[in-house]
Design a protein around this ligand. Structure first.
Ligand code: PMP
Length: 412
């Protein structure tokens, strides 16, 4: 079979919808289009039944009761509701004053966590942004050292979206429970890929998105613990009182049906899929780091998701590398947030230098990634790096054994 180009290696950014998900969704665009809020006719009941089924499917994936699932528009909204909603509910002092309460998070969280926390800081809360160690893993000990008398919320991702590393979430959740502090985890990259049991692990709030688990975009969920303790939140979207008042707005019925189906497929297939992807990722990491000298795997070697590789290549220029591998759809170590290319704050947070951060690739594999595609990516990246280095005087100096850190550069 001929390989279709470009090869998609960016499943951490988004996944295609599984055709089984699309099939489940289709009737809800047309004949079953009812509003779940319509209590007096079949159209409404049909929609309500579909939402109930999806709620059960999501609850089975998370290990919770279906009453603890709140449907949202995605992980960004779930994070905002969890973080702002909990902070406002459990604040120590009223709005407008300082010292409203202390929040712990980490410097390499997704912006959908960092920005809500920063907004709360502007509004009178305090926050600690834990600095990760070079392997990127946040431990319970780090959290313990940051806890204060006035800590009301700890929010830490289960797995990092850029480097795939896994934090000590069950241990951190237990610590928070012992201290009576609410614990939220952004599990967007974790859920559907790794077994999740919020009840066993004592997690209070958990966010994720449909489009990372082969479901549709624009839909997600927030798990909200109902017992031991019953977690309360201040709603961030007011209106018709849907989702038990946590999130108003007519249900995105097609999206919710798709999310439910995607959750069910992941629950049934994640073990086999994870084993397959983990093998592929390790093969890719080993092949690239062997074929290319001065290269490094970013993040912890073992405590990581099966499908996300993040590798830096020394002595190549970042933009040149991206141009040279344009037949591989992947992410670079630069965040194109504006016209300027900023090196990734996640890689910088681990202590990776600006140059190396720029010349890094995140390669994330998925449900339909083939061995052939992996072989192609290995060959293309190896070729590109070697070619770019042919033009690099610094690489020549390095090969001649010159320690570049001792070189005194002329400044004009
Ligand atoms: N958190 C993490 C860890 C993510 O990877 C993402 C998506 N990149 C989000 C939150 C935001 O998800 P969404 O865009 O679906 O709201």
């Amino acid at each position: 079979m001929t390989l279709r180009l470009p090869v998609y290696m960016d499943h951490a950014a988004t996944t295609p919808c599984d055709p089984r998900v699309v099939e489940a969704m289709l009737p809800y665009f047309t004949e079953k289009f009812g509003n779940a809020g319509s209590r007096n006719h079949k159209f409404g009941w049909e929609a309500e039944d579909a939402i109930d089924t999806a709620r059960e499917q999501v609850a089975s994936l998370l290990g919770c009761n279906e009453k603890e699932v709140v449907f949202t528009s995605g992980a960004t909204e779930s994070n905002n509701l969890a973080i702002k909603g909990a902070a406002e509910m459990y604040e120590k002092r009223p709005a407008g004053e300082t010292g409203r309460g202390h929040i712990i998070t980490c410097a390499i969280e997704h912006k959908a966590v960092l920005d809500p926390v920063k907004r709360l800081v502007k509004e009178g809360f305090d926050a600690t942004f834990l600095q990760p160690p070079t392997d990127g893993v946040i431990t319970a000990e780090m959290v313990r050292a940051a806890l204060r008398e006035d800590t009301i919320l700890v929010t830490l991702m289960w797995a990092n979206n850029e480097i795939g590393t896994i934090n000590e979430v069950p241990q951190i959740a237990r610590l928070c429970k012992d201290r009576g502090v609410i614990f939220h985890t952004d599990a967007t990259q974790w859920v559907g890929k790794m077994p999740t049991d919020v009840e066993k692990d004592g997690i209070d709030l958990l966010s994720f998105s449909g489009h990372k688990i082969y479901g549709p975009k624009g839909v997600g969920a927030l798990y909200v613990r109902r017992r031991n303790p019953r977690v309360r939140l201040v709603a961030q979207v007011d209106g018709g009182g849907q989702e038990r008042g946590f999130r108003s707005g007519t249900h995105n019925i097609t999206g919710i049906v798709g999310l439910g189906k995607a959750a069910e497929i992941c629950r049934l297939e994640m073990d086999a899929e994870g084993a397959r992807l983990s093998k592929m990722r390790k093969r890719m990491e080993t092949a690239l780091t062997h074929a290319i000298d001065v290269s490094q795997i970013n993040g912890h070697a073992e405590k990581r998701l099966p499908h996300i590789a993040n590798i830096s290549f020394g002595f190549v220029e970042g933009e040149g590398l991206m141009m040279a591998v344009k037949n591989i759809a992947c992410s670079s170590g630069s965040a194109c947030t504006s016209a300027s290319l900023e090196p990734s704050y996640v890689l910088k947070g681990l202590g990776v230098g600006d140059e190396l951060a720029h010349s890094s690739l995140r390669l994330s594999m998925g449900r339909w990634t083939t061995d052939e595609q992996v072989d192609y990516a290995i060959a293309e990246i190896t070729k590109a790096v070697h070619k770019l280095r042919e033009m690099s005087p610094l690489y020549d100096m390095h090969k001649e054994g010159i320690d570049l850190s001792t070189v005194e550069w002329a400044h004009h």
